[in-house]
Design a protein around this ligand. Structure first.
Ligand SMILES: *[C@@H]1O[C@H](CO)[C@@H](O)[C@H](O)[C@H]1NC(C)=O
Ligand SMILES: *[C@@H]1O[C@H](CO)[C@@H](O)[C@H](O)[C@H]1NC(C)=O
Ligand SMILES: *[C@@H]1O[C@H](CO)[C@@H](O)[C@H](O)[C@H]1NC(C)=O
Ligand SMILES: *[C@@H]1O[C@H](CO)[C@@H](O)[C@H](O)[C@H]1NC(C)=O
Ligand SMILES: *[C@@H]1O[C@H](CO)[C@@H](O)[C@H](O)[C@H]1NC(C)=O
Length: 306
């Protein structure tokens, strides 16, 4: 009886808060309620963090909420791919990644400001003296085959518009957008001295974008992320995100040429490929680990090519 009352109360509270429009536009992984003075306060699921709903939530905090299971989240069919670069991160008081991240109690590694590993894994004694900034993010999108290419300038305009308006990135940081059927490349550059406190970080922009492309949008509404170019849908089939740091990564691979500063991480495949991977994984239960290894090899190979 008591628990049923509790449920009713929760439902009523939920109804009240949504009736008052107390939701977080930029982060649906929050629980919102008006505080005593009636101001809508939204906390990240799984932590006491209060979200600033007029800007993007930091990638570190987002990754933390993702590690918290929530019944509200549907399990995407391509969930396997999502796990590829995800861990439960340690965030600073301002929501940034701590330079040193550990997996449980034994394995540690150093990350950049995008939370991407940039050193070999070590034990807990590993030293990460500073958080190295990712000041350049290169995104490559591949769209589905179509009978004729899009118009170059329309592709650039559509993406520029989305990055500025949906992710609130200042246009100064959108260096260039190139299109060569069927590949679109986007260069985002933002170094520490340029970035002001009110600027969103390019790492957060790339993460929101990645989630939108994966159909797992972080925005409260606008879930139906839809890219269109000249009125025609732009169906992204593949997305690669390259993280380039201020300092070269410190992997022990001897043949990594000096001066190479690329850390390449995610490969996001189309939904169809995602499902195939899942099927293969179900068949061979070790698939997950194999995938991770392939990713790291790819990381090295691509690093050399750049
Ligand atoms: C973390 O540890 C778990 C097992 O403890 C392992 O499966 C996973 O691959 C590790 N992740 C990283 C990033 O080292
Ligand atoms: C890490 O730094 C601490 C203090 O700065 C030092 O005592 C320790 O030996 C260092 N560990 C390694 C593995 O370099
Ligand atoms: C949702 O989309 C509308 C129009 O496309 C836009 O004005 C609004 O800012 C978007 N909201 C968010 C949270 O992105
Ligand atoms: C930051 O970017 C600006 C403009 O691209 C450049 O002039 C400046 O040298 C950069 N600063 C650092 C420390 O890289
Ligand atoms: C929320 O973010 C906006 C945009 O960056 C900023 O102007 C505002 O001061 C922030 N509010 C709080 C309470 O931090």
């Amino acid at each position: 009886m008591e628990s049923r009352l509790g449920i009713v109360l929760v439902l009523m509270l939920a109804a009240v808060s949504s009736a008052h429009g107390c939701t977080c536009a930029t982060n649906k992984r929050t629980t919102c309620a008006p505080d005593l003075s009636g101001v809508c306060v939204c906390r990240l699921i799984g932590s006491a963090w209060v979200a600033n709903c007029s800007t993007l939530t930091s990638k570190c905090l987002l990754m933390k909420t993702e590690m918290t299971p929530s019944k509200a989240r549907r399990v995407p069919s391509h969930g396997f791919l999502d796990n590829d670069g995800i861990y439960d991160p340690d965030c600073t008081a301002s929501g940034a990644f701590k330079a040193k991240q550990c997996n449980g109690t034994d394995t540690c590694w150093c990350v950049n400001s995008a939370g991407v590993r940039r050193t070999d894994k070590g034990d807990t004694k590993l030293n990460c003296s500073e958080l190295v900034r990712t000041n350049h993010i290169f995104i490559e999108l591949k769209h589905k085959k179509r009978s004729e290419p899009f118009v170059n300038s329309e592709v650039a305009n559509a993406l520029r518009y989305t990055i500025q308006n949906r992710y609130k990135l200042h246009p100064n940081y959108i260096k260039d957008i190139d299109y060569e059927y069927p590949l679109i490349s986007i260069n985002l550059k933002q170094n520490a001295s340029q970035k002001s406190n009110s600027d969103v970080d390019i790492a957060d922009v790339a993460y929101y974008f990645e989630k939108d492309v994966k159909r797992d949008s972080i925005f409260h509404s606008n879930n139906s992320f839809f890219l269109s170019v000249g009125g025609k849908p732009l169906d992204v089939e593949e997305m690669l995100i390259y993280y380039i740091d201020e300092k070269p990564p410190e992997f022990s691979m001897k043949h990594l040429t000096p001066g190479v500063i690329a850390v390449v991480v995610f490969v996001i495949l189309s939904l169809i490929v995602g499902i195939i991977v899942l099927v293969v994984t179900r068949r061979r239960r070790t698939g997950k680990y194999k995938k991770v290894e392939i990713k790291e090899m790819g990381e090295m190979r691509r690093g050399q090519n750049l």
